[in-house]
Design a protein around this ligand. Sequence first.
Ligand code: NAD
Length: 232
Amino acid sequence: MQKTALVTGASRGIGHAVAKLLLSEHYRVMGISRTLPMNLPDLIPLSADLSDLEQLPQVADEVLNALGHIDVLVHNAGISCHGLFQEIPEKKLQKLYALNLAAPIQLTRLLLPSMLQRHKGNIICISSIWGETGASCEVDYSVTKGGLIAFVKGLAKEVGLSGIRVNAVSPGTICTDMTIPLGAETLKTLTDETALGRLGTAMDVAQLVSFLASDQSDYITGQNISINGGVI
Ligand code: NAD
């Protein structure tokens, strides 16, 4: 049976690279994004605002109708949020927590029964280095990403005997639309703080996701795997 994958935030950046790589590995892939098109001919597209949590039951139904079952669920969609802790507008905070943390948890809750039924499944959350270390001026973002790591560790223990693996991937600075606003000077500093002397690419992260999705990582669950070029 052809393997299936759902990738959230597949229109660009890391999610796009993950969807592209999994398609090349012959997965049947559905990609969710706020905006269409997603620029990958074989991708099954679904447009949804995942920060609108009330939409999620319908999203889950549409996903299962289209794919039938899900082998690999990649929670990638996310937004960043810069500013002093006390100065972030309430509306922005609500969206941040909804999209980055509540949506992956809630979507998992909705899709898990189909995995439990098949005694098979693989859930991968894209966290962040800031979820591991915390970041000044990105406190709430750090909380959402740290929350994902805790989620992965807890859920992995609960569903391991049901044949389901759950892991997190924590990238350092990856060159995508999300990091362009940081500006050349900051990006240069971040590069200098990296042992490998370069920032990451979306494909660097996609290759790790592909490994975690594959049977080669069969004995890995409940882990958070850093991919940051060796931050010094
Ligand atoms: P990006 O901004 O390039 O892409 C984000 C994707 O999420 C897009 O496809 C966008 O359409 C989708 N998205 C945004 N809001 C959405 C919503 N409300 N509903 C549905 N989809 C929505 O970002 P990226 O750099 O590719 O980041 C992907 C993930 O990796 C994010 O969770 C981010 O926090 C995480 N991450 C990125 C970096 C980095 O340096 N780029 C580092 C660590 C972690």
